[in-house]
Design a protein around this ligand. Structure first.
Ligand code: MF3
Ligand code: CO
Length: 280
C-alpha cells in the first residue's frame, strides 16, 4: 500500500528534507582535495544531532555510518573512513538520510573535487538531468513507471547506463516505503500517481555498463567494469500542482519562508509545491 500523506505530514517531511538539503550544502563546501570521507561524516553527524534529528542510515540493517560516501567507481553505500582521502579529479557521491519529528528526509548529490575530466562532468550532468526528468513525470495522472522511463531515457541519451540493482522508494514515517521505484522500464505501468504520495527518486548512472558488485565489506557497491558512477536523489511530494521537491533549497531565505508557510496553514503545502516545480 502506498501511504497518502496529509498536508500536516507533508509539512513535516519538508522540514526533514530541508535539514538534509542544508547539511548537503555544507558538505559540498567541505568536499576539497585532502579531506577524508570521515571528515564529511563527522560534520554531518554533528549537524544532524545539533538539529535534534537522528541519522537515518546509522544502524539501518547494520550500516555503520550517517553518510554514504562513494568515490569514482563506487556506486552507493561507500562507508566513510579516515583512510579515504579525496583527491583532485575524483567525484564523490554523498547520500544522507535523517529522521526528524517522526518523518524521514533522504537526498544525495555527487560532487566533483577540483577540476575533473570531461567524461566525469558529463556523467554528473546526465545523472542530475535524469533525476529532474524523473521528477517532471512525478505528477497526478501519470503512472509510476513514467518516472522510471524518463530517467532511463535521459541517461541513455548520453550513452550512459542506469543501475538496475538499486531503486528509489516511497518515504514517510519509514525510510523505505512502498512503492519501489526502478530507474528503468517501459512507461505507463504501475500505480497511478496521486497527490500526497512522496517518493525518493534516486538514479544511479554508470559511465560504462550497468552491472555492479558489492565489495567484501558487504556494503560498498562498485561498477563491475570499474568505470565511474554518479548518484543524485531528491525526496519529492506529488501535489495537484505537480512535483514538490522537498529536499531542494531554492535559496536559504526562500526555504525559511516556505517552511513558515508550510508550518502554518496546510492549504498549502500544495500551492507551495507549485512555486518549487522549476528544475534548474
Ligand atoms: N538513499 C539510500 C536508500 O534510500 C541510502 C540507504 S543507505 C543505508 O536506500 F545504509 F541505509 F542502507
Ligand atoms: Co533513498
Amino acid at each position: 500500500m502506498i501511504v497518502i500523506k496529509s498536508g500536516a505530514e507533508l509539512a513535516k517531511l519538508r522540514r526533514s528534507n530541508v535539514l538534509v538539503a542544508q547539511i548537503l550544502a555544507a558538505l559540498r563546501q567541505a568536499c576539497v582535495a585532502g579531506a577524508t570521507t570521515y571528515d564529511l561524516e563527522r560534520l554531518a553527524l554533528e549537524r544532524v544531532e545539533g538539529a535534534g534529528a537522528r541519522a537515518a542510515f546509522k544502524g539501518y540493517r547494520g550500516y555503520p555510518a550517517c553518510l554514504c560516501t562513494s568515490i569514482n567507481e563506487e556506486v552507493v553505500h561507500g562507508i566513510p573512513s579516515p583512510r579515504r582521502r579525496l583527491r583532485e579529479g575524483d567525484i564523490v557521491s554523498i547520500d544522507l538520510g535523517v529522521l526528524l519529528d517522526g518523518y524521514y528526509g533522504d537526498s544525495a548529490i555527487t560532487v566533483a573535487i577540483g577540476p575533473v575530466g570531461a567524461e566525469a562532468r558529463r556523467l554528473l550532468e546526465a545523472t542530475e538531468r535524469a533525476l529532474y526528468a524523473g521528477i517532471e513525470a512525478a505528477r497526478p495522472g501519470n503512472r509510476l513507471s513514467d518516472i522510471s522511463h524518463q530517467i532511463q531515457h535521459c541517461a541513455e541519451a548520453y550513452g550512459f547506463s542506469v543501475v538496475r540493482d538499486f531503486v528509489g522508494h516511497g518515504i514517510g514515517t519509514q525510510l523505505h516505503e512502498e512503492p519501489q521505484l526502478p530507474n528503468y522500464g517501459a512507461p505507463g505501468r504501475g500505480p497511478k500517481l496521486a497527490p500526497g504520495m512522496v517518493l525518493a527518486i534516486e538514479p544511479m548512472v554508470n559511465q560504462g555498463g550497468p552491472e555492479v558488485e558489492v565489495l567484501e565489506d558487504h556494503w560498498t557497491a562498485v561498477t563491475c567494469d570499474r568505470k565511474l558512477s554518479a548518484h543524485f536523489e531528491h525526496s519529492v511530494a506529488i501535489t495537484e500542482n505537480g512535483p514538490w521537491i522537498l529536499s531542494r533549497l531554492e535559496s536559504p531565505d526562500r526555504a525559511m519562508e516556505l517552511e513558515a508557510e508550510a508550518g502554518g496553514s496546510l492549504a498549502d503545502a500544495r500551492s507551495i509545491g507549485a512555486s518549487l516545480q522549476r528544475a534548474p
